[in-house]
Write a protein that binds this ligand. Structure first.
Ligand code: NDP
Length: 257
């Protein structure tokens, strides 16, 4: 009798999600946890990180808190090496932490540009390198970089954000180029517009919200839990020959003018 194996099952896997105390990161942690993974919740604030972790445990999921600031190379590397030693191998990394600043490009402050690049781009390199060194030793791993529809499309007042997310798309392809030979699959998950704290200003802007619903073929904002299926696919053996791709979960926004 043949046994049917579920390629989406994450039983026995450990997943680190950066910036997962709230918003998309928290929901993805819940989704990967429900698919069987033990999730490692990351944030830079100890209380918020432990609170998010406790919430998932209350739901019956396996969760641990890992506090570090992803923009700090040394702190990230130390924390990741410690996790590997103390809690076991990180099988799945989701680079989710991200920030937004809005201003016309001609007025954009250089220090805001730096802060945005440090969080949205530098940190993806820092954390991925620290985790990938362990994955390379094991010759196995999944990395998911959170992009955006701005990995493809620009918009007035968020040019630095679009530049950072466009770079994440190329960093994803570069990780594939360097690490696919070690059986590490690196892919991007690129959300359209979702109702989270990061987008609060837009959600509350009636004019923008009406425009967005007309511009998006699906005719609405995304709900964060709608990202989980794609994340589980990219985190599981179902995607073992998928590498260097961006998966847009955007209600069709990037496919239609
Ligand atoms: P939120 O602002 O709701 O959450 C961002 C999370 O990142 C927070 O938990 C925040 O923690 C954490 N974070 C920020 N900086 C750091 C840092 N230096 N170290 C550790 N954690 C940090 O954002 P979203 O959930 O909306 O966005 C998550 C990702 O999805 C981002 O990469 C974003 O660009 C992307 N995205 C979001 C879309 C949307 O519609 N919302 C659309 C497309 C992409 P803290 O509480 O400490 O600030």
């Amino acid at each position: 009798m043949s046994t049917r194996i579920n390629p989406f099952c994450l039983d026995g896997r450990r997943a680190l999600l950066t910036g997962s105390c709230r918003g998309i990161g928290f929901e993805l942690a819940r989704g990967l946890g429900q698919a069987g993974a033990k999730v490692l919740i990351n944030g830079r604030d100890k209380e918020r990180t432990h609170a998010a972790c406790a919430k998932l445990r209350d739901e019956g999921l396996m969760a641990e808190a890992v506090v570090f600031d992803v923009t700090d190379y040394g702190q990230s590397k130390t924390a990741i090496d410690d996790v590997e030693k103390r809690l076991g191998p990180i099988d799945i990394l989701v680079n989710n932490a991200g920030i937004q600043h809005r201003a016309p490009l001609e007025e954009f402050a250089p220090e805001k540009w730096r802060e945005l690049m440090q969080t949205n781009l530098d940190a993806v390199f820092y954390v991925s390198q620290a985790v990938a060194r362990h994955m390379i030793d094991r010759k196995r791993g999944k990395i998911i970089n959170i992009g955006s529809v701005q990995s493809e499309l620009a918009r007035p007042s968020i040019t630095p954000y679009a530049a950072s997310k466009g770079a994440v798309r190329m960093l994803t392809r570069g990780m594939c180029a360097d690490w696919a030979r070690y059986s590490i699959q690196t892919n991007g998950l690129a959300p359209g517009y979702f109702q989270t704290e990061l987008n609060r200003a837009l959600v509350e802007d009636r004019e923008f919200s009406d425009w967005l619903c007309k511009r998006t073929p699906a005719g609405r904002w995304g709900q964060v839990e709608e990202l989980c299926g794609a994340a589980i696919f990219l985190a599981s053996s179902a995607s073992d020959f998928v590498n260097g791709q961006m998966l847009y979960v955007d209600g069709g926004l990037t496919s239609v003018v």
